[in-house]
Design a protein. Sequence first.
Length: 71
Amino acid sequence: METTVYAVTGMTCGHCVASVTQELGEVAGVREVAVALDPQGTSTVTVTSEGPLDDAAARAAVEEAGYAVAP
């Protein structure tokens, strides 16, 4: 198992967390998504996957949910 952490901006509520969790959960190999919500700033999203995570697919999933991965 591998863990990848992303800083995500724009998330402000539980619905945001659910959207990001759902989209990331559809990326191949993802086993678990945990979000530490910071409604006033940048949230931390931790993704546990079976192997190396496809970074482009993960970033696209966050964008599909309507949020942005911080640089």
